[in-house]
Design a protein around this ligand. Structure first.
Ligand SMILES: [Zn+2]
Length: 291
């Protein structure tokens, strides 16, 4: 194997391991952020939610420890949620695939951060029906910095991009303007839908955190991603409701049925679009769109 090949293998292993370790940290965020009286940084060591015992470093190795302990705490034998190895594995895979797509670049850093943020949002919303502001707002800033530092065609089609470029606009400025426009359109689309629904039905059909989340997704993935992400997340949400109802496992709260959070489906659709969106557009749109 040539030197570059060896380096690439090493980089891939390091990047995947980094994903697994960050996934382990993400579990801490997912557990502590929505709970009162717990800060992400305090206590600094991980503890078992059941017996409060500190978790030794050798019981805290991503995925592996969960498998070795067969999903139980070493001290109190209480089962540990499968979410822990799942989030770690997912983070490792996301890091691996984003690295495959983007290489060791700024775009890798920004997209990986975005993917980690979506993962945390999805799992927190699934359990607590809330999308923490503290996850969304700082990520807006990262999104705008990413648009400037690593310009990407967030505008619909290269035609408009090319037109602005030829009119003397700076590439980074077009990217920033496109990202800002995408954010606004994404946010307003869901905000309008949610407001109209509330006016017609008299109660909320969407969570408060959903419009800002679609704004965030549009900010990173560009204007052309909004409609497909919205459609895909609705289909995925509907599909899971059908599966839950058929299997008799639809969650109930009190007398009625518990509402289903939309955040996890928006996040999942955004991740799917992150990997396959560009390919889909190239296949779906006429070649002149990109000319
Ligand atoms: Zn325990």
């Amino acid at each position: 194997m040539e030197l570059t090949g060896v380096l690439l293998v090493i980089a891939t292993v390091v990047v995947t391991a980094l994903g697994l370790v960050i996934g382990s940290f993400l579990n801490v965020v997912i557990y502590r952020l929505p709970r009162e009286g717990l800060a992400v940084s305090k206590p600094s060591r991980s503890f078992c939610p059941a017996c409060q015992n500190q978790i030794a470093w050798y019981d805290n190795i991503p995925v592996l420890s969960w498998v070795i302990l067969r999903g139980h705490c070493r001290s109190c034998r209480v089962p540990i949620s499968i979410r822990y190895p799942l989030v770690e594995l997912l983070s490792g895979l996301l890091s691996f695939f984003i690295f495959q797509a983007e290489g060791l670049s700024l775009r890798y850093v920004f997209y990986f951060y975005f993917a980690m943020c979506l993962t945390a949002i999805a799992f927190i919303d699934l359990e607590f029906m809330v999308i923490p502001d503290v996850l969304v707002k700082p990520t807006y800033l990262v999104g705008f910095i990413s648009a400037i530092a690593s310009p990407h065609p967030s505008l619909p089609g290269a035609t408009l991009w090319g037109y602005l470029y030829q009119s003397g606009w700076n590439e980074r400025l077009i990217s920033l303007a496109g990202a800002a426009l995408a954010f606004l359109v994404g946010f307003l689309t869901l905000w309008l839908l949610s407001t109209v629904y509330k006016l017609l039905k008299g109660h909320r059909g969407l969570g408060e955190g959903d419009p800002p989340l679609l704004g965030l997704i549009a900010l990173f993935l560009g204007l052309p991603s909004i409609l497909p992400v919205l459609l895909l997340s609705s289909v995925l949400g509907l599909l899971s409701v059908v599966i839950l109802v058929i299997s008799g496992r639809f969650p109930k709260s009190g007398l009625g049925l518990r509402p289903i959070p939309f955040g996890p489906f928006l996040s999942l659709a955004a991740l799917i679009w992150l990997f396959w969106g560009q390919r889909f557009l190239l296949w779906y749109l006429p070649p002149t769109y990109y000319g």
